[in-house]
Design a binder for this molecule. Structure first.
Ligand SMILES: CCCCCCCCCCCC(=O)SCCNC(=O)CCNC(=O)[C@H](O)C(C)(C)COP(=O)(O)OP(=O)(O)OC[C@H]1O[C@@H](n2cnc3c(N)ncnc32)[C@H](O)[C@@H]1OP(=O)(O)O
Ligand SMILES: Cc1cc2nc3c(=O)[nH]c(=O)nc-3n(C[C@H](O)[C@H](O)[C@H](O)COP(=O)(O)OP(=O)(O)OC[C@H]3O[C@@H](n4cnc5c(N)ncnc54)[C@H](O)[C@@H]3O)c2cc1C
Length: 615
């Protein structure tokens, strides 16, 4: 076993270099996950409930900024459970469960994250050799973001467009070895490295991955739902979205993560507010605790309530998830759309609210909340990432909206699933329900709001199909900006307007329509308007915002500057892009302080003994 001192070094992460952070994260992770393995051996955790144990570790003081092994537990293993058939589970799960292989989940590409039907990586079946050929046809096809892939994982689940007999059958999942299990060197045809420094989660070792006609056995396609037979015949899944199962699982789990992070942040801020004394209510008196100010209570108490609300919601969602998955096993797909809509909505709402609440907790602590030692900035970095990963929030809310509009359109013809049954009542009472200032009254009020918004969305959808007008003159555009600014804030501050002005419900509805029309009118000039700020690239200093729009090339150029990519074991993906692979590799190797060793020492010293169960 490693001694505590050796593992934690005692040097706060903030003072470590990018590379030292990674090395520190590996040391901490092998210790932490050796404990999980010990619990497995003693039967204290199993393949079905390990999430609580791992969830408690990830984001804890030991793995404060994430772990290079996190994705192994968070997505690699769930994907095998969810997408692999029995035979494949027998082959891969035991090795994944005892960490003799370390996996990641590679779906997102440089060019696509949300629109997964647009992913470019291809998996083409070769019946002659009974193999799939994985290939990244363009730079934008490179997998980009998978956690742990940079220098740590030696296997991963790859999501690619499946081709067989010349036909594309859409995205499917494959289990792929990317590094040699003995030497940890990338296998021939694999280009791999880490993507560089991020706002947070800098211990997760997010990587990039490119394939150059890389061959895998047919049986490495995860075949629980769809299959490809030896002769290349494609057998399709009962439901095209069953392949998306791993994402639904993680969205459900993220709601639990938000409970942990929000509880932590509001504990820090509330305790600090009890200790902090600032200003006197009356001259001569002792300064009072800031927790006594109503403004401070306004900032914090809702987060305490939200943490409990999210916990109850997470438990209910987990029950629904398990119920629906049991029904799926029996072939009953009826509640899958509802589960998808629920997981999307609750992942989006809890992550957005938690990010806002954690930032509010930080602000409530004044200057001391800005200190890294407060742990609030780090917690914010963790939670704000969750608004993006596992489905960007806007897009997930659109999925829920789609489900609600569809439910409304079938209100009279279809039995409603439990979570939307209220729509029937709200519709039956034709919204004439009176307001009561009770919890039930407020819930009913929001049910009426939901019903009205769904009706408006359905109506807008019909209206917007009819007309779209755009006006080119600058004067018009500036008027549109004024319009936008006014209608945006009128809608943002609607409660005040309803309280203090005679604005009617009808006027609110037309205000909302006008706002959306202004957005549409401004869209064609949006880029021109920001170009008009005339901010040079040197001032922006951003891979995303450069004038020439070469986003992906710049992202890759920046990634290659990471010290972790200087190590000779990595293959320069940018080099393969412009064809100067070997010259660049040699250039990078000569720069790297580690050019004497082909693999980072932490593999042999920590990772390999851990994977061989010797730690
Ligand atoms: C410190 C420690 C922590 C550290 C922890 C760190 C952990 C980090 C983990 C992050 C890992 C990742 O990010 S992994 C990558 C995650 N990526 C994503 O989540 C990608 C997000 N995008 C998507 O999921 C998809 O593109 C959609 C759902 C947005 C759209 O999919 P689509 O195939 O285009 O479907 P679409 O045309 O919109 O809809 C067609 C029909 O399919 C239905 N449909 C769509 N998806 C599903 C679904 N999953 N299940 C059922 N049904 C579905 C729709 O409701 C619709 O039904 P009907 O209306 O026709 O009836
Ligand atoms: C910390 C972190 C860890 C991650 N880990 C992994 C991982 O392990 N494995 C993996 O595969 N991926 C991972 N990801 C990638 C993540 O899943 C994607 O970033 C996410 O799905 C969003 O896709 P995108 O980045 O392409 O953004 P985009 O989809 O390009 O979104 C950019 C903007 O476009 C908007 N937009 C996009 N489509 C629409 C639409 N249809 N309608 C309206 N607006 C739209 C979005 O709302 C957003 O404002 C990770 C990301 C982060 C930040």
């Amino acid at each position: 076993m490693l001694s505590k001192r050796e593992v934690f070094d005692g040097v706060p992460e903030e003072y470590l270099s990018h590379k030292e952070r990674y090395e520190n994260a590996i040391r901490n992770s092998v210790v932490a996950f050796s404990l999980v393995r010990k619990m497995q051996e003693e039967g204290k955790t199993s393949i079905n409930n390990y999430r609580d144990v791992v969830g408690g570790l990830l984001g804890s003081s030991v793995l404060r900024d994430g772990s290079p092994l996190g994705l192994h537990y968070i997505m690699f293993m769930p994907a095998i459970l969810n997408q692999a058939n029995e035979e494949q589970q027998e082959k891969w799960l035991p090795r994944a469960w005892n960490c003799s292989i370390i996996g990641s989940y590679a779906q997102t590409e440089l060019g696509h994250g949300t629109f997964i039907r647009g992913l470019e990586t291809t998996a083409t079946y070769d019946a002659a050799t009974k193999q799939f050929v994985l290939h990244s046809p363009t730079l934008t096809a490179y997998k980009w973001w998978p956690g742990g892939l940079g220098q740590t994982a030696n296997y991963c689940i790859v999501v690619a467009q499946l081709y067989t007999k010349g036909q594309c059958h859409g995205i499917h999942s494959f289990i792929i070895q990317v590094r040699d299990e003995e030497t940890h060197m990338p296998l021939p045809g694999i280009k791999i490295g880490e993507i560089g420094a991020k706002l947070g989660l800098n211990a997760v070792n997010n990587g990039f991955l490119g394939f150059d006609n890389y061959r895998i056995p047919r049986t490495n396609m995860l075949m629980k739902h769809a299959q490809v037979l030896e002769d290349g015949t494609y057998v399709k899944s009962r439901h095209s979205k069953l392949n998306y199962g791993a994402m639904v699982f993680v969205r459900v789990v993220i709601v639990f993560d938000m409970v942990n992070y929000l509880s932590k942040a509001v504990t820090i801020a509330t305790r600090f507010s009890a200790v902090r004394r600032q200003c006197q209510l009356k001259a001569g008196e002792t300064e009072c605790q800031i927790l006594d100010y109503v403004t401070q209570q306004h900032k914090l108490f809702v987060s305490i309530a939200a943490a409990h609300a999210f916990r109850i919601t997470a438990n209910k969602l987990w029950l629904t998830f398990n119920e629906v998955n049991e029904q799926l096993v029996e072939g009953n797909l009826q509640r899958l759309p509802e589960l998808h809509a629920l997981a999307c909505c609750l992942k989006a709402v809890t992550t957005a609210d938690t990010a806002a609440c954690v930032e509010r907790c930080r602000l409530a602590c004044g200057g001391h909340g800005y200190m890294m030692s407060s742990s609030l900035p780090l917690t914010y970095g963790l939670v704000t990432a969750a608004c993006t990963y596992e489905g960007e929030n806007t897009v997930l809310l659109l999925q829920t909206a789609r489900f609600l509009v569809k439910t409304y359109q079938q209100l009279d013809s279809k039995a409603l699933t439990p979570t939307v049954a209220y729509l029937k009542t709200a519709a039956a009472e034709r919204f004439c329900v009176g307001w009561s200032n009770t919890t039930e009254g407020i819930i009913r009020g929001f049910q009426v709001v939901a019903m009205r918004v769904i009706i408006m969305s359905t109506f807008n959808e019909e209206v917007q199909e009819m007309s779209r007008t755009v006006s080119p003159q600058l004067k018009e555009v500036l008027h549109q900006l004024v319009d936008l600014y006014c209608t945006y804030w009128a809608l943002e501050k609607l409660s005040d307007l309803l309280l203090y002005t005679p604005i009617s419900q009808k006027e609110v509805e037309s205000l909302r329509l006008r706002y959306e029309e202004t957005l549409t009118n401004l869209r064609p000039n949006a880029v021109g308007l920001v170009d008009a700020f005339d901010l040079r690239d040197e001032m922006l200093q951003s891979t995303l915002g450069s004038y020439d729009g070469r986003v992906y090339e710049r992202l890759m150029e920046e990634a290659m500057k990471s010290p972790l990519n200087a190590e000779p074991m990595l293959q320069s993906t940018l080099g393969s892009y412009d064809g100067r692979v070997y010259e660049r590799l040699m250039e990078e190797a000569m720069k790297s302080p580690l050019n004497a060793e082909p693999v980072n020492y932490t593999f042999h010293k920590y990772l390999k003994p851990f994977m061989q169960g010797k730690l």
